[in-house]
Design a protein. Sequence first.
Lengths: 316, 344
Amino acid sequence: MLEYVEKIKETAGKLFKEGKVDVFIGYKKGSVPMMNQPVLISNADQVDLLHWDSNCGLNLCNYLTGRTDRIGIVANGCNSRNIVTHITENQISRDQLYIVGIPCKGMIDHRAVQRAVKQKEILAIEEHGESFTVKGKDFEDTFNKKDYLQRNCSVCTHRNPVIFDEMIAPPVEEQDGVDAYKDVKEIEEMDPEKKWEFFTRMIDKCIRCYACRNACPLCYCPTCFVDESNPQWVGKSSDPIDTMTFHILRAYHCAGRCTDCGACERVCPVGIPIRQFTKKLNKDAQELFSWEAGLTLDQRPLLDVFRPDDYNDFIR
Amino acid sequence: MTKKIYTKEEWIKALAGLKSSYNIFVPVKDGDFHTFKALDETKIPDFNFQNTRLSPKSLVYPQSERLFECSLDENAPDANIIKESEKDYSPQAIVGIRPCDAHAFQIVRPNFDNPEYQDPWWIQRYESTTFVGLGCNNPGSTCFCTSVGGSPFSEKGLDALLYDLGDTFLAKALTDKGETFLEKAQGGKEADETALKAGEDLAVSAADKIEVKVSTDKLKDKVQTELFDAPFWDDVAFACINCGTCTYLCPTCWCFDIQDEILGKQGDRIRNWDSCMFPLFTLHGSGHNPRAKKVQRVRQRFMHKLKYYVDKYNNGVQCSGCGRCVRNCPVNIDIRKVCELMND
């Protein structure tokens, strides 16, 4: 996806020159391999900072909340769906945005790559279209990108932006025939004790840093329930029950809103597969309500509508 | 002081033997990364590691620690009387701690143990700990210990230091505590000149491998208020998501919060790590928050480490150059770059 870089710079420069935006949000190249940094630029002289490659796995929609200026922003499929969610939830106005759409071929799972090189230190990464090469002090390995996609990217069916003002390149082919919920089905098969054990073990390394929550564009509450001190809902120690309460409640707050962008999982410093919580809710939303979050501005979000003619009996 | 050489098998065996004298903590591979864990029959120490994902600070300063407790049972004779909770200060040894992490305890010490204030829990656990370091033959690309008063084989804060010589460990005692530890460590033989020379050479070549140089020389002379109002903070802070990764992984972040919790008829007063990245950290009872904005919190973290600490303790920066925050910050905020901006 390196081929997008020049086009992004050009587009951002043009937007500043034409006075269409006050600021532009994108990525700049990070200081360590497989890490890029969200960046806000405010004039055409800074556009050369902008970068895009297969390590842009955060969610830039996170940086829109509460802004009052006119913003240019790069958005791939999942980020664009979060922008839609942000607009429908009144966190940003469509008129403020100039969305530069990025057809996305998926992000690299940096942990999987680390594993593949047996945790040796990677000093550089180079992308060549469908493959990439990582280099360290005494090794060099080339991998097929499709084998090392972030788990959410490998099951993504919305790689192209759903909302944009212009596209940086023609749309990419969407993946079909993916079974997005294979892992969820396996958990569904478990009896309640097994499930509890599965989730307890899953989060046993959690240090309550809240990186998952803070990387999530859905988590924009002025005060998160875990930060409420009067009344206090959740204990602040590393008690596993409090930690579980945080994860499960947070997931439920994302029900019908999560786009499976994978930012939560990407940022976790101890590698917890946090999407296991949200994916079940995404699956339910899809199976019970034919709903996928953030696909259109024309429909209210799943959990803020009631229709007397709803096709589900139980809701009437 | 004792200088012994152990084959690696001997060393592992010696550690098993030391379990009767110490709670031994060793690096253990746990999924994708290494963690310090108490040595028992189920754990295999793995000294072939860059560094642990989380620093070993929790072994002296736990993430959550019950300080006091009281019974809330009105029928109990001591109802509502707060008492200090029982704690375990039996001897422990952190074996394989990297020199940067041992140095970090020295950086942190003036906060918990100074003439005006002594934190009894930190001090007691610190004093019950023997720090057995493992020098870094191959420092990582994000390591910058040599810029902040350390080095890959620094002895600061260590009681003994191990040199990985391939098939053997050279173990040097550095303090009385270290001497006692090595005396109790069975096996091994006295190190000869060749081994000592090999150790010295290793230390020199390792320090040369650190390519990163971070300048901290001008921080002390900077005017606090000018740095506080520096123009770069908005840019530094933009990407920050205000999570606690940097502070919780950091071996020198020491801030805590004290919480009272009740379960049934039991009341506990618990000390938990806190993070200056969280809005709640500075929220006043009045509802006012002096650091309500992200940029203020990000600035605080760097000002504390690289300016306030420098000014207050005259002990260098509050950073041991371990590079954890550089590698693990989800949005790649790099303290090396921020330090350069502040020192410029």
